[in-house]
Design a protein around this ligand. Structure first.
Ligand SMILES: Cc1cc2nc3c(=O)[nH]c(=O)nc-3n(C[C@H](O)[C@H](O)[C@H](O)COP(=O)(O)O)c2cc1C
Length: 320
């Protein structure tokens, strides 16, 4: 077995950013980021010199190198110490160059640096010392990055799909707003039980008793008859939901809902976003039927009859 475990390789391949330390001739350290940091094989890491003259000069003088690769959300990573070879040409250079081109690195590459890893150690944030789980740390840092929203640097580090759905409701925005904040009304078309009306700064619980499911909802912002922003499912699986109500004339409201900030691996994030878009489409359809026609379509319970808790179907699917 090589020095690099599959966990290490996975993290390096996912992060695509290593901080590379070399030693200057005067003994002082030199540290610079390399977005091309990748795994070459079980014992070697690699990065491309696009414009890293300091690193290259240092390695020619002293091939000792240390690279840190850390997942900024999980606050975990690895430190790799080893010996670097600077390649400027030859068969191996060509092979690695082709690998970077295939990976999508389009910049001119001056040299390729191949590192034989001699020691690989895990790095974990002291946040874990108190017994925090990965889920908790991830939740905390996703929340932090989201709190910086508006900062352009975020979009490039977090792949964040937004689930959305929209519907014209032929009722005034006051009525639509009330239907979304008052659980006595919302429970006619969405969840079955809400602990309290939505109010900015409060936390409520919604239950879907037919599925034995519930969420905690933290109301972040509420603009009367216009907008509702909340976070739900935190801290284990948090995401944000925003309702936007735009009046059309006096009697109609164009309702848009967005759900974003899903946590987890890419597959889970994508599945959550797709599920959410479908779910909110049902909610909007049910809201429309209820407000415009007074009909309870029972869409939430009927869309997944096999998942209903025992006895629920026996109640005839009626709202309680
Ligand atoms: C996020 C990020 C990724 C970078 N990736 C690379 C890279 O893969 N290769 C490279 O040569 N320079 C890369 N750079 C640029 C170098 O870090 C930068 O030119 C630095 O000044 C080089 O310092 P040095 O000459 O001491 O190595 C990157 C910079 C940033 C901010």
């Amino acid at each position: 077995m090589g020095t690099l475990t599959s966990e290490m390789k996975r993290l390096v391949q996912r992060q695509r950013l290593g901080f590379v330390a070399t030693v200057c001739p005067d003994g002082t350290p030199n540290l610079s980021p390399k977005g091309t940091t990748d795994v070459w094989d079980d014992d070697h890491l690699v990065f491309a010199d696009i414009r890293s003259p300091g690193t290259i000069a240092n390695l020619r003088h002293n091939p000792s190198i240390e690279i840190n690769v850390v997942d900024p959300i999980l606050r975990k990573g690895y430190r790799f110490k080893g010996i670097a070879r600077v390649l400027a040409e030859g068969a191996l250079f060509d092979e690695i160059l082709a690998f970077f081109r295939k990976r999508g690195v389009a910049s001119p590459i001056q040299h390729i640096v191949l590192i034989r890893v001699e020691r690989a150690l895990p790095l974990t944030s002291p946040a874990y010392d108190s017994g925090a789980t990965e889920e908790e740390v991830r939740g905390r840092w996703l929340e932090y990055w989201r709190s910086l929203e508006g900062d352009d640097s975020i979009g490039s580090t977090i792949q964040s799909p937004v689930a959305s759905a929209q519907m014209l409701i032929r009722k005034p925005s006051e009525e639509v707003f009330r239907a979304l904040v008052d659980p006595a009304i919302t429970s006619r078309f969405w969840f079955t039980k809400g602990s309290a009306p939505l109010e900015a700064g409060t936390q409520v619980r919604w239950d879907w008793e037919m599925y034995g499911a519930s969420v905690t909802v933290e109301v972040k912002e509420l603009e009367e008859n216009k907008r509702i922003l909340f976070e739900w499912n935190g801290p284990a699986n948090p995401s944000f939901v925003e309702w936007d109500l735009a009046p059309r004339g006096r009697d109609q409201t164009f309702v848009k809902v967005r759900n974003w900030g899903f946590a987890g691996g890419t597959d889970k994030i994508v599945a959550d976003a797709i599920g959410s878009a479908g779910g909110f489409s049902f909610v909007l359809a049910a809201l429309k039927a209820f407000l415009e026609h007074g009909i309870e379509l029972n869409l939430i319970a009927d869309h997944d009859p096999d998942a209903l808790v025992e006895g629920w179907a026996g109640q005839g699917g009626h709202h309680r």
